[in-house]
Write a protein that binds this ligand. Structure first.
Ligand code: UDP
Length: 315
């Protein structure tokens, strides 16, 4: 059994990670300020001796009184949905900068492995396709999305500085668009928006012409990839995503098909700096971690719909 600190553990991805760690016998200390995370996501874990929730903002403090050694620190604390990080720009920058520094210091003090949850957004609007880890990205440092993109780029830089300066055992994952249960109906990301709209019989809001692409990874697959990285000694960065690339319009049509909804499609303006295409090259993850995603998009959409349907009905 290992003791693992999961920052952002009450969030969408974080809560799935906590659940899988507890299920395999690890002991988890979950840090979350419950800003975009939600206590409901981890309510089922609170009764377990192997799970502790500490409500704290990691950019302000991670002073933990822990009797046991920490074996790993996972940093998933950040707003992740574009509407959320655009509404909280300074908090997003703080989570990626000061939050990362404090968590790295914790990992260093315990000689623990440090897992940094970075993002495909470090590639910005990519000129290289599919995106390989060696591609350095095309980010506008002063654009509205930069609060997220640059926070994560800085976090990667800080992680590598702790690796080079202090020899901290680090692993950097670049997470591509992920979806699944525990996305909230009001989250604002494309899958939760389309499913919620389809279930309500409202128009599906396709931004721009819907020709932009994304490659969507089901949450269980994503967590399997993150655990493989956590359990390895790979430094990375390594892409953890599903290379099944679709246009946003194709995704809207698939959601309509899976739900059987007759909602129309409504075209709305494209947000500033919205990347035109995104698809991971996962050669490295497959070679080094033996990982590849397995869930078909239509199956994952159906499972996410099962989760969202009662919430949408209750709202
Ligand atoms: N999008 C859309 N309608 C929505 C929400 C998002 O067409 O209701 C588009 C968005 O413009 C982007 C893609 O879907 O091209 C993915 O958006 P999301 O916010 O999920 O994540 P991003 O990849 O932009 O961080």
């Amino acid at each position: 059994m290992s003791q693992i600190v999961v920052a952002g553990g009450a969030g969408f991805l974080g809560s799935h990670l906590c659940e899988r760690l507890v299920a395999r016998g690890d002991s988890v200390v979950c840090l979350d300020d419950l800003s975009t995370g939600n206590g409901e996501n981890v309510a089922h874990l609170l009764g377990s001796d192997a799970f502790t929730l500490v409500v704290t903002d990691v950019s302000e403090g991670v002073d933990l009184e822990l009797d046991d050694k920490v074996d790993a620190v996972c940093h998933l604390a950040s707003p992740a949905s574009p509407p959320a990080y655009l509404a909280h720009p300074l908090e997003t920058l703080a989570a990626g900068s000061e939050g990362t520094r404090r968590l790295l210091a914790l990992a260093r003090a315990h000689e623990a492995r440090f897992l940094m949850a970075s993002t495909s957004e470090v590639y910005g609007d990519p000129e290289v396709h599919p995106q390989v880890e060696s591609y350095r990205g095309n980010v506008d440092p002063t654009g509205p999305r930069s609060v997220y993109d640059e926070a994560k780029r800085f976090a990667e830089s800080m992680t590598m500085a702790y690796f080079r300066t202090f020899g901290v055992n680090v692993g950097i994952a670049r997470i591509f668009n992920t979806y699944g249960p525990r996305l909230s109906p009001g989250d604002g990301r494309v899958v939760s928006n389309f499913i919620t709209q389809a279930l309500r019989g409202e128009p599906l809001t396709v931004y721009g012409k819907g020709t932009q692409t994304r490659s969507l990874c089901y949450v269980d697959d994503e967590i399997t990839g993150l655990l493989a990285l956590l359990d390895s000694s790979l430094t990375g960065p390594v892409n953890i995503g599903n290379p099944d690339e679709r246009t946003v319009l194709e995704l809207a049509q698939l959601v309509l098909e899976v739900s059987g909804s007759d909602s129309p499609i409504a075209f709305e303006p494209l947000p500033a700096d919205d990347p035109t295409r995104r698809c991971p090259d996962i050669t490295l993850a497959t070679a080094e971690l033996g990982w590849r995603p397995e869930t078909e998009l239509a199956d994952g959409i159906a499972r996410t719909m099962e989760y969202l349907a009662p919430k949408v009905r209750a709202a």
